[in-house]
Every structure is written in C-alpha cells, then in structure tokens.
Design a binder for this molecule. Structure first.
Ligand SMILES: NC(=O)c1ccc[n+]([C@@H]2O[C@H](COP(=O)([O-])OP(=O)(O)OC[C@H]3O[C@@H](n4cnc5c(N)ncnc54)[C@H](O)[C@@H]3O)[C@@H](O)[C@H]2O)c1
Length: 357
C-alpha cells in the first residue's frame, strides 16, 4: 500500500491533506504534537481536529504525537515505510507573524527550517521517489510589497493600475533587502532548502507560497487564522481590534480544499524544485474591513471595532498573488471558493459559536 506522510496533520492544511490522501487510498502517517496551542494559546489547540480525524478515518490514519524536530522518531517512520512512501506533505510550522514570532527566533528556526532539512534528508535517504510538498508563505518576500505604488480606496489599499503586479505578484519578485521578521527568515530558509533538494538532489519537491488559507477546521486565533477569527468574533458578538493600516490591508484568501486540490495536481505530475505563489488571487481577496462587513452580514451582528494604529512589523499592506505559473503547469486548477463562501462555511460549521454568543 502506498504511504503518505503528513506533518502538522492536525492543523488546517495538514488535516485537509490527510483526508484527501486517505480518500485517494493512501495509508497516511501523521506527525503533530499540538504545538499550535503553545504558539497561540489553548483556544488554538488542534486536538479536536485530531480526534475527528481518528474517529472518521480509523486504521487508514496513523498518528504520531511527535515533534518534527525529533529526528530519531521521524527517521524511524521513514525507515519503517521506506520506498512505500509516495507523498510527503510538510505543513508543521510556527506559522504566525505576531506574538510568538521574534519571541524565540532560534526555536522558531529549528521548527520551521531545521526540521524541514531533516525531512528532506529523510526523503533523500529512504524514499527519493516521493513527491515532497512544502507549505511556504508569501512572507518569504518580506515587506518588499509595501514599497510598491499603492492607492488608498474606501475600504482597501490597491496597487496602482497598470503595475506589472496588478493581476497578482509573481514569483519573480525579489526576496532580498526587505524586512522578513524571524518567521519570514525561517520560512525563506526552508523554501530554499526545498528548492535545492528538488533542483540538485533530484527530489520531486514543490513549495507553495500561500497567503491566507481558510477553512472551517482552522483553530483560528487572534494571531493566526484571519478569516476564521473574524467570523468567530462576529458570531460570538465579541469586539475586534484592527491592527494597523486602518483595516484596509488586503489579502488574497484560498479555501484549504482548493489548496489541497492543487496538491493533488502536483502529486500526479510534479515539476521538481518548483515554487508557486498560490492563493485566491484576484478572484478571492479582501481587506480586514471588508471581511468584517461580510461576517456582520452573515451573522447579523455588528462588530464593535477599535483601531490600533501600530502595524505589525513586516506586515503586508496588500497581497494578491498570481496563480499564473501554477495554472500554466496545471491548467485545470482554479480556486472555487470566494471570501463570502468561505466565511459562510466557517459560520455554518461552527454553529456552537451562536449559542455561546
Ligand atoms: N493558514 C494560512 O493562512 C497559511 C498561510 C501561509 C502559509 N501557511 C503555511 O502552511 C503551513 C500550515 O499552516 P496551517 O494554517 O495549517 O497551520 P496550523 O497551525 O493550523 O497547523 C500546523 C500544525 O503543525 C503542528 N506543529 C507545529 N509545530 C510542530 C512541530 N514542531 N512538531 C509537530 N507538529 C507541529 C501544530 O500543532 C499544528 O497542528 C505552515 O507551514 C504555514 O507557514 C499557512
């Protein structure tokens, strides 16, 4: 039986990948030790998602409550399944920009970068034919985007009309000479490692530079999981503090199932060493203010807003990525969900929030 290894398997992207892979017939082996609850607090624990996976998937999902930095334990899994491992999805990380990032840059680097190197080495040694998918981030570009010409509109910032990135930032944007924060530093290092092992060690790697990924299974918290947190605040009638840019900062937003469909396309026909900006693009983007307005409309509750003009270090004023390269390689792929559909799904699935309001 073909085996898939998924790190961060109880997280938003990891758990969706686990479900896709088990339904495609793989035995899935997952690593997740709920470090998310350390990063973002107990409300961001991914244990409930893990329980649902175990209940729903039975013997087709084998969980290891192991830290991906533990090379001994991770190596034992690689040794055990060897060349039966056909897919690796690496989604375990400290993913958040604020709060934890910069708190302990060395530990953050070990989680995000050194552990990635360990997994790549494990793949090179034990299953060099496996497709290795890495969850990178648009944060690898640092805050370079903030230096591009922008216009302030009523509810969002917008790049100047006619700019080469008007339809989305391509992978040609430099990652040099900008503010990355320790999160960006560690993800750049990992992203480069994944390319290196694809281009020069022959592994079938791909790095996905995501912006905001959303879905109802996200253990959203104030510091990570923008759309889920905004919907939760509105549903529970909580106040919301907008951090910086008057709430007009823009993100493209991709539903996690759309991302995992992109994984499926790459598994079937990988381009080793490829790096893709992937997201909602022009089809699905919002500012914080626009997301709040939609969440109010869906929940029927007005959110009490306050504004903190202190922007987060390195925070993007605008990010819409281009899916052009990915769609050139995989012309059948396109995002299906838009922002409103994602918020509606998050609201519908988490109906317990309404009784807690
Ligand atoms: N969700 C997004 O909006 C987004 C955007 C850009 C990039 N990404 C990237 O995608 C990846 C996954 O994001 P996500 O939203 O699913 O995050 P998530 O926090 O929901 O999932 C990550 C999971 O990894 C686990 N984990 C963290 N460190 C670990 C470790 N050392 N050992 C074992 N398990 C560990 C966490 O407990 C969590 O369950 C990350 O690499 C992140 O940088 C996500």
């Amino acid at each position: 039986m073909s085996v898939a290894v998924v790190t961060g398997s109880a997280g938003l992207i990891g758990s969706e990948a686990v479900r896709m892979l088990t339904s495609s017939g793989y035995l899935v082996v997952g690593f997740d030790n709920d470090l998310r609850s350390k990063f973002f607090g107990p409300e961001a624990s991914t244990r409930p998602t893990l329980r649902r996976l175990s209940t729903d998937l039975g013997a087709s999902y084998v969980h290891h409550d192991v830290d991906v930095r533990d090379r001994e334990a991770v190596g034992a899994v690689f040794r055990r399944y060897g060349k039966d491992i056909a897919v690796i999805v690496h989604a375990a990380a400290q993913p958040g920009h604020a709060k934890w990032s910069m708190g302990d840059p060395i530990e953050e680097f070990e989680i995000n970068a050194t552990a990635t190197l360990g997994l790549l080495e494990g793949a090179r040694k034990w299953c060099p034919e496996a497709v290795f998918l890495f969850c990178s981030t648009s944060k690898v570009y640092g805050d370079r985007i903030n230096g591009l010409p922008m216009r302030e509109l009523a509810t969002r910032w917008e790049i100047e009309a006619g700019h080469e990135y008007q339809n989305g930032v391509t992978e040609t944007m430099s990652i040099d000479g900008s503010t990355h924060t320790s999160l960006g530093m560690s993800k750049v290092a990992a992203d480069i490692m994944v390319q290196e092992y694809g281009l020069h060690h022959g592994l079938r790697t791909a790095a996905f530079r995501n912006c905001v990924i959303a879905g109802s299974a996200h253990a959203a918290s104030k510091s990570h999981g923008m759309l889920g947190y905004i919907m939760q605040v509105a549903a529970r009638r909580r106040p919301y503090t907008v951090l910086g840019y008057g709430g007009k900062q823009v993100r493209d937003v991709l539903h996690v199932s759309d991302l995992v469909r992109a994984f499926t396309a790459v598994i079937a026909d990988p381009h080793p060493g490829a790096v893709y900006n992937i997201g909602g693009g022009r089809y699905s983007s919002c500012s914080v203010l626009e997301a709040i307005r939609l969440a109010e409309e869906i929940s029927g509750h007005e959110v009490t807003l306050s504004f903190d003009e202190q922007t987060r270090v390195g925070d993007h004023i605008w990010w819409i990525g281009s899916n052009e390269l990915f769609q050139r390689h995989y012309p059948d792929w396109a995002p299906e969900y838009d922002v409103k559909a994602m918020l509606q799904e998050i609201y519908d699935v988490n109906d317990g929030w309404r009784t807690q309001a």
